[in-house]
Design a protein around this ligand. Structure first.
Ligand SMILES: [Fe+2]
Length: 552
């Protein structure tokens, strides 16, 4: 293997580059006991959930990734997978090696959970199954817990509907070579083809039916993982992932499925299947192995004393949406008995605030946190699927970090298929309420289609909600640089995603200074010339939101 990281990025996948190894016979029958006849490393490699002494390495064997049974064309036998971890990308200095078993029961996925490594170090890894060698991945451990790192380059993303475009934004994210990637949900979508469409038609199609069974979810995950741009993003850095709704079912809430008028008597089995496939296909620790219909996804990551990431699960424990899933002026949204986190996760989070000595406490989570009223009149009309539908829950979390004296709280969000930035308020009913934090919302990787650029500040909801500071309806991701003194967020945009190869542009940068809650716009540059858009048209943030909250 004579591959550089640049080669890795340029080709996306190098699976099969190793080819046949001299001396091995040509393979014969596909019987379960026979050797693998095709390269099984079609889904790339990944790493995740780093701490100061380890991380998880992931791959999954699938010589025929789109197989309808979800088993990737693998024989029904356990396959030993050799793995190597090295300090250099040419594997001259291998620091660990071992064998993991890829079993049919877990769709031949491999999770290698390592500890005892050196803190704050880069590592390279690869796998071998029989005569096939995987692409090389790059990862790192977090810095020592007691140190204050000079900086962290962390990028975050959400909402990658395969059918709505090419994953160029993942490629551009990889080219930045971040040290850590957060994915905030809607990693994949459940729909069958021609169900969730963008104007002008979807440039790509899902394989298979709407995902309901374990086979369906496994096949869908495999289809996504074949994408070379997504593979490049996984291979460049450790990821920490949380799901939102589409990994299971649009707008699901705990044991409640999307639409009461379309009964799903088997919904809990569907949820369990979705969780199982999610675990199998993500670089998660064994603490996240599903148990029946439950899966522990909320957790913390620490990056020295610089940042603590509180990764939330706002789907699995939430009360059902109040007054339906759309926008409403709904009294039940303010009911203190209702929760978006569940009581146990809320206690865990506030306990984490109380114990934190981090410079930055970052909440990595799914849905819009700040109030976002779409009604210019006296009514407050908000999304029942977001924290607005659980206002008392939001109030308890916000007051919890204020009471704990959290030094710099920052909320990261996905879901709405547009970039947004917001100052967070102690009390959204009081226009003079003080700012107590910042929210950064990433646009989608593809969901919604190309979108369009707009003048900063022109979205009508910004005038209704003065704490909302920014909106942009192009696709992209957010690139942050976190230092002891400030957190800078670059809102990266792509002029198009329905055709491949778009460059990424820094559209705007917002900075939060240490101990000064709230956002400062330090860079603002519209695309020039304005791109020809396909998909959602200009200034249609509201339509994007509706596509997200009401199944099209
Ligand atoms: Fe989404």
């Amino acid at each position: 293997m004579n591959l550089t990281r640049r080669t890795l990025l340029a080709t996306g996948t190098v699976a099969g580059a190793a080819g046949a190894i001299a001396g091995l016979p040509a393979t014969a029958a596909a019987k379960p006991s026979g050797p693998l006849r095709q390269d099984p490393f079609t889904l790339g490699v990944a790493s995740g959930d780093p701490d100061h002494d380890g991380f998880v390495l992931w791959t999954r064997l699938a010589p025929q990734p789109l197989a309808e049974d979800g088993l990737g064309g693998m024989p029904a036998r356990t396959v030993p997978v050799h793995w190597e971890l090295a300090a250099d990308e040419r594997f001259r200095h291998v620091v660990r090696r071992g064998v993991a078993l890829a079993r049919p029961a877990t769709a031949h996925s491999v999770h290698v959970e390592l500890n005892g490594l050196l803190p704050g170090r880069e590592y390279f890894y690869r796998f071998r199954a029989e005569r096939y060698i995987s692409p090389v991945g790059h990862t790192r451990t977090a810095p020592p817990p007691w140190t204050m790192p000079a900086s962290l380059a962390m990028s975050f993303a959400s909402c990658s509907q395969f059918e709505h475009g090419y994953f160029t934004a993942y490629r551009r994210l990889a080219e930045d070579e971040p040290e850590l990637v957060l994915h905030l949900g809607d990693y994949q979508y459940e729909y069958t083809r021609d169900t969730y469409t963008i104007p002008g038609g979807n440039p790509r199609d899902h394989e298979g039916p709407e995902t309901v069974t374990l086979a369906n979810y496994r096949q869908r995950h495999a289809q996504y993982k074949t994408d070379p741009d997504l593979q490049a993003a996984h291979a460049v850095a450790p990821w920490a992932v949380v799901w939102d709704d589409h990994e299971v079912d649009n707008n699901w809430a705990d044991e409640v499925y999307e639409k009461p008028e379309i009964p799903q008597p088997e919904f809990l089995a569907r949820r369990a299947a979705a969780f199982q496939a999610y675990y199998e296909n993500m670089p998660l620790r064994r603490t996240s192995i599903p148990r029946g219909i439950d899966m522990q996804l909320y957790r913390r990551l620490r990056w020295g004393r610089l940042a603590t990431f509180h990764l939330l699960d706002t789907r699995q424990y939430r009360d059902d949406q109040a007054c339906g899933d759309g926008y409403d002026a709904c009294p039940a949204a303010y009911d203190p008995a209702r929760s978006i986190t569940g009581a146990e996760q809320e206690r865990w989070l506030i306990d984490g605030f109380n114990r934190s000595d981090a410079r930055w406490d970052v909440l990595g989570q799914q849905v819009f946190f700040a109030q976002r009223d779409n009604n210019a009149g006296p009514l407050t009309v908000t999304s029942m699927d977001a924290w607005d539908g659980y206002a008392a829950s939001r109030d308890r979390i916000t007051r919890g970090w204020v009471a704990a004296g959290v030094r710099n709280p920052v909320v990261l969000t996905g879901d709405v298929h547009a970039h947004w930035a917001s100052d967070l308020k102690l009390d959204y009913t009081d226009p003079t309420s003080r700012t107590v934090g910042s929210e950064l919302v990433c646009s989608s990787i593809t969901s919604g289609g190309d979108g369009a650029d707009s003048v900063t500040g022109s979205h009508p909801w910004l005038a209704i909600n003065p704490h909302l500071r920014f909106q942009n309806n192009l696709r992209g991701y957010v690139r942050t640089t976190i230092t002891p003194g400030q957190l800078a967020a670059d809102f990266m945009v792509l002029p198009h995603v329905t055709t491949p190869g778009a460059p990424a542009h820094r559209r705007a940068t917002f900075v939060t200074e240490d101990r000064v809650p709230g956002l400062h716009l330090t860079y603002d540059r519209p695309l020039d010339p304005a791109p020809a858009a396909r998909g959602t048209g200009p200034d249609q943030g509201q339509r994007t939101v509706e596509q997200e909250t009401v199944r099209p």
